[in-house]
Design a binder for this molecule. Structure first.
Ligand code: URQ
Ligand code: ZN
Ligand code: ZN
Length: 481
């Protein structure tokens, strides 16, 4: 962890932009300000004309995920290496126990797989069944392992789907522990029945995928999860919000003061459902992910909600498969492993589609690619900020650099990059992770295993501490009122 002095750039945080140098040492940012002096042996990076932003946080990835009879192609090393090449310096991945599998057993498996990561990582833990042991393991994970978010797949019937009994029990337990419930909001029963009807009617190609998961299938589940959270008094985070119908459910809840957060994927913000009508089966199948890419007008709703603060984070749901794996569903689209890649493309794609079009300011870009995820998942200001004391995770961004995204040029092992052919302007020149340069002008410098598991404290202790602190500072006269 040598020292790095990033000189002459414009530092972009969520709340401010300032021309300043940034000095890092021993993995931390030690100073942000004008005319900083390099410490002995420091690497100097000339950032004149460039922007210096907090390293991106992708709160939704699936490296090495065993899913639908296969395993995703990017492991934790290739996936985090792909991430830093695009400016993302931390991922939050998922531990997904099989039904009836002890959460702690799955936890140990994922912790082992993730040892090879090249950059920092953390885990949401999925609750895919319910029992006293799940109740106990959730407590162990929060109190001893720094987990503060639990995922619930409302889709994927006969696999990892959480029914209402699991949702109500798990949300209640999360509240006790000071953890945040999150959901994949699709009605799994509707999907299952629609898939059966479509295949029986002879619609077996990828064009059947969006037909089996219309926006109402997502919105029903989003509204149901919102209502369960409302009744139980828990906050809620909805992953990969893909359609206007779900955005409207979130806006309704938030306008009543309910604490609901939403995540948008770079894919759903820029790709539409016409991809499923591609005459090349492999390209259409490469886009099979859930929720599916939608009709174009839904993108406007997502961009508007992101700018208005009704959606809060951007992610990729990086879940990379190759052509042979997607081919498992050649005769039946419901058997096509669901998932697309994107961890390396998220920030360039969103800079180009968001900032270059005026939809987002550079500060809003930082907020939705890094800061909000850090704050929602209780990592801030360790992550998500360029400030003294924060981790030295940052990206030197050249807003004028251009490239055309290609599968062949991807670091990810994905068989087909859904951003294939997209020309983007705005790229990372240098990515720094823990104070080490891991990406420099197109050269990957990652080290296998250098990534750290990042614990995320529960919310309740922080909140309780703030309550005690406030009580301690209230003048007695006032306290008697
Ligand atoms: O549903 C998810 O988030 C995982 C299984 C990735 N696949 C997908 O289609 N989104
Ligand atoms: Zn999902
Ligand atoms: Zn996912």
């Amino acid at each position: 962890m040598s020292a790095v002095l990033i000189r002459g750039g414009t530092v972009i945080n969520a709340e401010s932009s300032v021309v300043a140098d940034v000095l890092t040492d021993a993995g931390k940012i030690v100073a942000v300000g004008p005319n900083l002096q390099a410490t002995a042996g420091a690497t100097i990076v000339d950032a004149g004309g460039a922007l210096v932003m907090p390293g991106g946080i992708d709160p939704h990835t699936h490296m090495e995920l065993p899913f639908m009879g296969t395993v995703t192609k990017d492991d934790f090393y290739t996936g985090t290496s792909a991430g830093v090449s695009g400016g993302t310096t931390m991922i939050i991945d998922f531990v997904i126990p099989d039904p009836k599998q002890p959460l702690m057993e799955a936890w140990r498996n994922w912790r082992g797989w993730a040892e090879k990561s090249a950059a920092d990582y953390s885990f949401h833990v999925a609750v895919t069944w319910w029992s006293d042991s799940v109740h106990a393991d959730m407590g162990t994970l929060v109190r001893e392992h720094g987990v503060n978010s639990f995922k619930h797949f409302m889709a994927y019937k006969n696999a990892i789907m959480a029914d209402d009994e699991v949702l109500v029990n798990s949300f209640s337990r999360a509240l006790e522990l000071g953890a945040l419930p999150t959901v994949h909001a699709e009605n799994g029963e509707l999907v299952f029945q629609l898939q059966k009807k479509l295949v029986a009617a002879g619609i077996t190609g990828p064009e059947g995928h969006p037909m089996s998961r219309p926006p109402a299938v997502e919105a029903e589940a989003a509204e149901r999860a919102i209502r369960i959270a409302e009744v139980l008094g828990t906050p809620l985070y909805i992953v990969h919000v893909s359609c206007a119908d779900s955005v409207n459910a979130i806006i309704r809840a938030r306008s009543k003061g309910q604490r609901v957060y939403g995540e948008a994927l770079a894919g759903h913000l820029t790709i539409d459902e016409s991809v499923y009508r591609n005459p090349d089966w492999n390209i259409a199948a490469a886009h099979v992910m859930s929720p599916p890419f939608r009709a174009k007008h839904h993108q406007d709703a997502l961009w508007g909600a992101l700018a208005a603060g009704h959606l809060h984070t951007t992610a990729t749901d990086h879940c990379a498969f190759c052509g042979d794996q997607k081919g498992m569903g050649k005769a039946d689209f419901s058997k096509i492993p669901n998932g697309c890649a994107g961890v390396e493309d998220r920030m360039p794609v969103l800079w180009d589609a968001g900032v270059n079009t005026g939809r987002l300011t550079p500060n809003e870009f930082v907020r939705v690619t890094s800061t909000n995820a850090a704050q929602i998942f209780n990592l801030y200001p360790r992550k998500g900020a360029i400030a003294a004391g924060s981790d030295a995770d940052l990206v030197v961004w050249d807003p004028s650099a251009t490239k055309t995204i290609t599968t062949a040029g991807s670091i990810s092992k994905v068989g087909y990059n859904v951003f294939e052919g997209r020309h983007v302007t705005g790229l990372p020149m240098v990515t720094v992770s823990q104070g080490n340069i891991v990406w420099m002008n197109g050269e990957l410098r990652t080290v296998r295993g250098a990534g750290r598991y990042v614990e995320r404290p529960a919310f309740a202790p922080v909140f309780d501490a703030l309550k005690r602190q406030a009580a301690a500072h209230v003048p007695q006269a006032v306290a008697r009122v």
